[in-house]
Design a protein around this ligand. Structure first.
Ligand code: KG4
Length: 335
């Protein structure tokens, strides 16, 4: 069974070819970072226009890398939402057209399910049930995952997503877009203890997140320094910010595992590529005897392979898309 996975929910155009549910034959990703970098964030109109230019060549490249042609595809899996509507429509319409012309089924999947199942792209895979911490530019959420299609939302951000906070703080410090890797690179040279930033724990047993307070604290620190004519120590601010965000992500994940009496944690989403988070989560999971699954960094950020895998699992469970299906901007997964 050959599945073509297509991902265009935000600013990456990606296509991947999956053989059965185990072998990724090709993954091609076209990043739009250089297009959005001058604006310090994603410009939706530019994103969809770029997807339009890229979608056909990216699918062709994936087929070429897998040494296959369109006629070899058995199933098309595509991101249906959440994301930017204009971006989603490019991949979704393309997938429908392929399905119609090739007379093969297609499945539209929730992007979050792709991140939740991305650990299955690795050789050592988790067993159900597990807790998934999904940390990306669009969301930050904790799920209990009981099967390939069974998710329960345990908590989510009440304001900014963790990745969004990284991007906004980077913009504040003039570090460009995307902010996550830029902050992480700067943080290596800074002392996280030189600046104390708040952690939003919310109510005692709450598994919700809030990152707007730490972002505002960084902004206030920068403004105070500028008023005094003092230079902002970017490296120290980045190190302190990264540690504040990491502390909350780690402790809330451990809390979810304890509340649900589970012993397996899976990370997913672009922020899961962050070295500080990966290291601290590994240490804490070791202390708590938790089995931690960290997908390779390339499988944490948006990619077509996780969409191909997720669509295949949905299809095997009887889900098939229809031509009047539409995209959606918000996820209702697990609610
Ligand atoms: O999952 P993703 O590729 O796209 C979304 O679905 O949002 O995540 C993108 C987000 C961006 O906010 C980016 O700044 C962040 O992930 N990110 C990182 C790192 N790499 C990407 N954040 C922190 N550290 C990183 N190394």
């Amino acid at each position: 069974m050959i599945t073509l996975g297509i991902e265009t929910s935000c600013d990456d155009t990606s296509a991947a070819i999956l053989e059965n549910d185990t072998r990724i034959l090709a993954t091609i990703i076209s990043s739009q970072d250089s297009i959005h970098e001058p604006f310090g964030g994603i410009v939706p109109e530019l994103a969809s226009r770029r997807h339009m230019e890229c979608i056909t060549p990216i699918v062709d490249q994936a087929l070429c890398a897998a040494a296959l042609s369109l006629s070899d595809i058995d199933l098309v899996s595509v991101t249906r939402g959440p994301g930017l509507i204009g971006s989603l429509l490019v991949g979704f319409s393309y997938a429908k057209a392929l399905s119609y012309s090739l007379k093969i089924p297609f499945v539209g999947v929730d992007h979050m399910a792709g991140h939740i199942l991305s650990a299955f792209l690795e050789t050592d895979v988790p067993t159900f049930p597990y807790i998934a911490l999904i940390v990306s530019g669009g969301t930050t959420a904790l799920y209990q995952v009981d099967g390939f299609m069974e998710y329960e939302l345990l908590g989510r951000t009440r304001d900014d997503a963790a990745g969004e906070a990284f991007d906004k703080v980077a913009r504040l410090l003039g570090l460009g877009y995307p902010g996550g890797p830029a902050i992480s690179n700067q943080a290596v040279h800074g002392n996280p203890l030189s600046l104390r930033l708040p952690r939003a724990w919310l109510a005692d047993d709450s598994l919700d997140f809030s990152f707007s307070g730490v972002k505002t604290a960084v902004m206030n620190h920068c403004n105070q320094n500028r008023r005094k004519g003092a230079a902002v120590d970017n490296a120290a601010v980045c190190a302190a910010f990264q540690e504040a965000v990491t502390d909350v992500l780690v402790e809330k994940s451990i809390s979810a595992l304890k509340q649900r009496r589970l012993g397996t944690l899976v990370l997913g989403g672009g922020v899961a590529a962050n070295d500080c988070l990966r290291e601290q989560m590994t240490v804490r999971c070791g202390q708590e005897n938790i089995h931690l699954f960290l997908p390779a960094k390339k499988n944490c950020t948006d990619n077509g392979a996780m969409i191909a895998f997720t669509g295949l699992k949905y299809f095997q469970n009887g889900v098939v898309g229809t031509l009047d299906d539409d995209v959606f901007s918000r996820s209702h997964l697990g609610r």
